[in-house]
Design a protein around this ligand. Sequence first.
Ligand SMILES: [Zn+2]
Length: 158
Amino acid sequence: MTVRLVNGSRSFGLMKGLPMIKELVRDEAILSTPCEPATIEDVAVAQDLVDTLLSIEDGACLAANQIGVTKAIIALADDEGNTLVMFNPKVLFGMGAFKAEESCLTRDGITKVTRFMKIKVSYEELVDGKLKPRKRDFVEWPAELIQHMCDHCKGKLI
Ligand SMILES: [Zn+2]
């Protein structure tokens, strides 16, 4: 399934040089730590997250603690390499609960979860070197990815 993400770009334009591809973290002590709020100081982490996500074949999403940084930053990518980075994402509400089985890049096996088909998310987005608050609705596949990523930010093992 193709995920179309608007406002996405390969790079924030702030970081120069080669992509910084980080090793994925499977340490449950790190992955189970609730993430701290992210700030503008964490832009370099967001860039590493995007670079690492785009280096993973069929990688659709990644949270900062999966590269070892316990800050609430997530990144999503579509099939064309467009990315959307969210600082401090929160699911405000969801509609249409359904049961899902999810696999994770940093954990073995399948986890049974309940997800919402449609969600409203608040987050911050980097615009012109500043974090701007956003609210946006997502449905279906991107919505499920975001719920999975928000679980990572809470330190849930999924
Ligand atoms: Zn995961």
